[in-house]
Write a protein that binds this ligand. Sequence first.
Ligand code: AHG
Ligand code: MN
Ligand code: MN
Length: 337
Amino acid sequence: MTRRVSLTQYLIEQQRQHGHIPQELRLLIEVVARACKRIAISVNKGALGDVLGTAGSENVQGEVQKKLDIIANEVLIEANEWGGHLAAMASEEMEGIYLVPNRFPQGEYLLMFDPLDGSSNIDVNVSIGTIFSVLKKPEGAKGVSEDDFLQPGSQQAAAGYCVYGPQTTLVLTVGDGVTMFTLDREQGSFVLTTESVSIPEDTKEFAINMSNMRHWDEPMKRYIDECLAGKEGPRGKDFNMRWIASMVADVHRILTRGGVFMYPWDKREPNKAGKLRLMYEANPMAFLVEQAGGAATNAHQRIMDLTPTQLHERVSVVLGSKNEVERITAYHLDAKS
Ligand code: AHG
Ligand code: MN
Ligand code: MN
């Protein structure tokens, strides 16, 4: 019988063999995984658990909050605040940072999350997820402030997501490749199912919300027009398209079989750099994708090199199979010069 390795075993073995997962970070990852299990239970209950529909409130970004956005946010906070591994948290669903209450010990790590990604898919029973990113509090910083979070993605100590789909899968990087764990519902534990995830450099599959095409800039239109032209066009091959409208699910497909994902800047709200958020959507996904051999840019430069100026900063995102990301980025840079 093949040996089943749980997330806990995997993390302990990594710590022993390579020493690159400090104890506090291991605890943090396990606590996040436990929170994801609780969120998965609520997601699976659906209408039976009274978790569908809107909550009647808006978040700081002016988006209508779904009941599950709020439930998932609370689960993540409750699970993480008391363990002593964190200094503070930040979330898509909270305007400011959340300091660990004084009654609990303070740790060195900062946790950011999109508690429920793909909110428009909750009520229609399509895959959704939780995305997280971990930074270390800057050395010597007294207390914690929002500025402590504004570090480039290249500083992430760990990142991952949990996708709630036909299977519940936790995908993790601590900067040494990407590993996938599938939730065994009967046992209640995440079991290692894929090691050394690798994204093929080339692909014939792209993911973008095509309904926004008329709002894109020229280099983006050029790239998609060339894909749509298929075999007879300049690319000389037919492309396939997928758009799930849950970044977690689209990125999960790309980590599994390759592809390129784009949510570019567009003219609908020209003052916003993009729709997706840098700190808890783009950075963790960029870290995972790079660790799997892919690339991630804002169509001009590497996402993980960007220094954030605000917690809820938005960014254009182009990520996935390396050669396609490089092509799209080159089209944008050519148009600029
Ligand atoms: P969230 O539900 O956390 O607000 O994120 C939704 C994001 C992302 O998951 C997805 O790729 C994108 O928004 C979908 O946007 P459109 O509805 O514009 O296609
Ligand atoms: Mn999201
Ligand atoms: Mn969300």
